[in-house]
Design a protein around this ligand. Sequence first.
Ligand code: KG4
Ligand code: ZN
Length: 350
Amino acid sequence: MFTNAIPILTMLAKPANLPTILAIESSCDETSAAVIKNGKVLNNIIATQAIHTQYGGVVPELASRVHQQNIIPVVHQALHTAQVSKEELQAIAFTRGPGLLGSLLVGTSFAKAFAAALQIPLIDVNHMQAHILAHFINPPFPIFPFLCLTVSGGHTQLVVVKDYLQMEIIGETQDDAVGEAFDKAAKILGLPYPGGPLIDKYAQTGNPLAYQFGEVAMEGLNYSFSGIKTSFLYFVQRQSQQNPNFVSENLADICASMQHTLVQLLMKKLKRAAKEYKINHIAIAGGVAANSGLRKALHETAAKLNWQLYIPDFQYCTDNAGMIAIAAHYKYLAGEFCSQQVSPLPRMEF
Ligand code: KG4
Ligand code: ZN
């Protein structure tokens, strides 16, 4: 509930059209801002932090510092390119969690200060719900209820989406996220961070059935990816002892086989969930939704099982403020605001 000193009715009694909102995303290593007006996301400015590549993963302290440098220019560019003045804004939205605490703090503090200065309400957004709502930025829009497989560097979730703000997690990873498994496999192969897109690239010319890695069976609709990562590590070490050039000589086959294994694991539970919940409107979200192997498997299964498939534009798969803007739009319409006392939630749940 919105509880700061600004009279709510005055703020909500703006013109009858849909709200103009500035949205900020800073949960991990992308600083992003977007403006939504009349239900349309006008832009999606993203400053990517290249600094983490040299460390083989996101360094939280560095991420937070770079967010501090980027946030004002990114917000400025979002307002400027949308040709929206700050006086026109009716709310400021931000990612409250889940994410890295130091990173979330930058977006949260900025949003709170900006909203207080403009005397407009604040909207806190759950990053994982926003990944799913990215489907409502551009048509075709999914039909409720639909099933969403959210696959990112931090999460792997199966979600039944009943309405814009009504979602239920029916399965999730019990250890690593699938994006993490892609990135760790890439690191084992000596590829730079984030390795997921590189595994995808090298897999294009490889044989997906060249190698097999041990899998860990998981009950129900939950996932587990840490076992496969360990067995991949032992496999590469074993092969490299016999042939020091094993990785460089077989990179495409290794990447294709690992990608195939991870995609099959994702698809197995997705198919099971669709059957159990009798839902054939299927969506994917999150950074790993960019993976070409996963997209191919989804299209093949959709054709076989008569699924209606929804895959968001690439720019709305990875972390971005456009998805925060569309989530904030629906929260605004539902009257869901937060107080100026709000703090980030690194482990925020639905
Ligand atoms: O959603 P996202 O941008 O950030 C998080 O919230 O984590 O997802 C990033 C993850 C990384 O693990 C990255 O390697 C993975 O998405 N990723 C991919 C591909 N593109 C991004 N993984 C496999 N294939 C890709 N094409
Ligand atoms: Zn994300």
